[in-house]
Design a protein around this ligand. Structure first.
Ligand code: HEC
Ligand code: HEC
Ligand code: HEC
Ligand code: HEC
Ligand code: HEC
Ligand code: HEC
Length: 397
């Protein structure tokens, strides 16, 4: 092949073709495609043509306006603070004692039509945090429109929205392009660019994936927001209420059990006001009593159906402390799963934990061999695995 040295012009020409053609032919259409596709997937609400009304007689446009007022995207006439700065619209990892937006929507749906104008209108009763609030009838009406939809929808969860999913695959694709360029094509001369794209996309992916693993797998770290802000810290630590007072099953049955509403009322017929939450949260206990609808606590720890686990075995026979498996619950405002509850976790502990062999007639009668070994001091302790704690059938149906 002809290896004649290139002229300066030829090199420039080539470079120019390279930059303009790669950007136009490959990068730009991709960016454009994603941009258009992204715009198309924006919520339908923005096209706002739909005049159909929901069961409470509100149109989509009113609901959308109400939501925007609530979140402060449209200002109130009298310059009132936006509501979402106190009444949060997304689930929380840390406790927030203000009523959530969803709480308010549910309360609204259970009260009569004068409820909101009583709280927010000209007869403002001066609730804590509401001293300056003064909404017009029209604004109150729009807030009601928002609530009428929110009451069934619930708080926004930290999940992958369509747009996030889209960004996820988008950045995945960019990552691939950057990699291909780094390793094969090497067309981008400043190496920092593909490296930067690669790192940012990777960081984004790691964040999304780790967040989803917690939300979907209900594994370690799972800490859902409960329908009432029941705090173990306030009850078990500050007020020294014993775990067994509420979890009555721990000593004698498989399930620890969640206390009924009536048990809460033992105290909360008298204690009507919380230091942090005012009347709002405790009122929910009374509303549940009035409506007969039990409080729907969300399960935190949940083994698959094919696994059998008994609290009595562990707490009563095994003499284990709740904290060994649940962490310091008495310090939590929101209960959080601290162990992964995997098979490996159960088995590791069974390999390490000693059973009270001498004090247990059942073990002595059924494991004579171990009894002999103990006597001859061939072993100095019996651990759970030696008495069948690794036997599949003990844990699996
Ligand atoms: C500065 C914080 C703050 C702001 C801003 C705020 N609120 Fe509140 N709101 C609270 C607190 C705290 C409570 C609970 C008071 C209690 O129960 O003692 C509450 C209670 C409520 C209640 C329930 C009243 C009841 O007793 O049933 C409604 C409804 C409500 N807020 C609506 C709104 C709306 C709508 C806005 C926006 C215009 C708003 N709030 C702005 C702090 C705030
Ligand atoms: C006043 C009653 C009360 C007391 C006392 C109490 N709990 Fe609870 N506990 C509850 C309620 C109600 C729930 C359900 C709501 C929640 O998860 O926060 C619960 C949930 C739990 C859960 C999570 C259950 C699940 O869904 O997986 C654990 C674990 C737990 N409690 C452990 C403890 C321990 C340990 C103590 C003692 C330090 C204790 N509790 C004291 C009422 C109580
Ligand atoms: C043995 C008595 C007792 C029982 C049973 C009990 N509580 Fe309480 N609870 C208290 C006390 C005491 C307080 C603290 C009140 C304060 O803030 O001074 C409290 C506070 C609260 C608060 C307000 C927290 C705050 O700081 O705003 C809520 C909400 C609550 N309890 C819910 C429940 C629920 C739900 C149950 C049933 C699962 C329950 N409680 C069972 C005694 C009890
Ligand atoms: C050996 C580990 C271990 C110990 C010790 C333990 N738990 Fe649990 N706990 C679990 C597991 C595992 C689950 C999930 C059970 C399931 O899904 O079937 C659970 C579930 C729970 C639940 C949810 C409701 C239920 O019954 O499934 C509560 C409440 C609870 N534990 C409270 C307690 C309290 C209170 C203590 C201390 C007295 C305690 N636990 C001690 C492992 C333990
Ligand atoms: C913190 C340590 C620990 C963890 C974690 C643990 N166990 Fe255990 N387990 C024990 C002890 C100690 C005993 C023995 C109790 C006794 O003395 O009878 C036991 C006994 C058992 C038994 C009865 C075994 C027999 O021989 O009769 C079963 C079944 C069991 N565990 C299931 C589980 C399951 C399922 C898990 C996981 C979800 C689990 N355990 C997690 C400590 C643990
Ligand atoms: C000490 C209790 C315990 C013993 C003994 C035990 N398992 Fe498991 N096993 C579990 C738990 C807990 C899970 C659920 C793990 C999860 O959800 O991640 C599980 C899950 C499984 C699964 C489902 C796969 C998975 O990861 O979810 C299989 C299959 C299984 N066990 C087989 C066995 C076999 C075979 C044996 C006997 C060699 C055995 N197990 C002994 C506690 C036990």
């Amino acid at each position: 092949m002809d290896r004649k040295p290139k002229t300066r012009e030829a090199i420039y020409k080539q470079m120019k073709i390279f930059t303009s053609s790669t950007i136009l032919n490959s990068w730009l259409p991709i960016v454009l495609f994603f941009y258009l596709f992204g715009a198309a997937s924006l919520p339908q609400a923005y096209s706002a043509g739909d005049q159909s009304k929901n069961e409470h007689g509100f149109s989509e446009l009113e609901i959308m306006k109400g939501e925007r007022l609530f979140k402060g995207l449209i200002p109130f006439r009298e310059g009132t603070n936006n509501c979402a700065s106190c009444h949060y619209t997304k689930t929380n990892e840390e406790i927030n004692w203000n009523p959530s937006a969803h709480d308010l929507a549910v309360a609204w749906s259970e009260k009569d039509t004068t409820y909101l104008s009583g709280v927010l209108g000209s007869k403002n009763p001066g609730l804590k945090g509401h001293e300056d609030i003064q909404l017009t009838e029209k604004e109150i009406n729009l807030i009601e429109a928002y609530f009428s939809e929110l009451k069934d929808k619930g708080l926004e969860k930290h999940k992958v929205y369509p747009i996030d999913l889209f960004t996820f695959f988008g950045t995945g694709f960019l990552m691939l392009l950057a990699l291909i360029d780094l390793i094969f094509t090497k067309k981008i001369k400043i190496k920092a660019i593909p490296v930067f794209i690669l790192l940012v996309s990777l960081a984004f992916h790691i964040k999304v994936i780790s967040h989803e693993a917690i939300a979907l797998g209900r594994t370690e770290g799972y800490a859902p927001n409960q329908p009432i802000k029941f705090s173990h810290k306030i009850h078990a630590q500050d007020n020294q209420i014993d775990c067994n007072y509420c979890h009555t099953g721990v000593d004698n049955s498989a399930s620890a059990g969640i206390p009924s509403n009536d048990l809460c009322l033992n105290c909360h017929t008298v204690v009507r006001n919380g230091k942090n939450s005012g009347k709002f949260e405790i009122n929910k206990i009374h509303r549940a009593k009035e409506t007969g609808k039990p409080v729907e606590w969300i399960r935190v720890h949940d083994l698959p159906d094919h696994v059998f686990f008994s609290h009595a075995t562990h707490v009563e026979n095994g003499n284990l402390d709740c904290a060994e498996c649940h962490g310091e619950v008495e310090e939590m405002h929101i209960v959080k799963q601290v162990e992964d509850l995997s098979m490996g976790w159960c088995i590791n502990c069974h390999r390490e934990s000693e059973v009270d062999f001498e004090g247990n007639k059942y073990y002595q009668e059924n494991f004579e061999e171990l009894h002999e070994k103990l006597k001859k001091q061939e072993i100095d302790a019996v651990t759970v695995d030696m008495v069948g704690g690794l036997n599949c059938m003990k844990c699996h149906y």
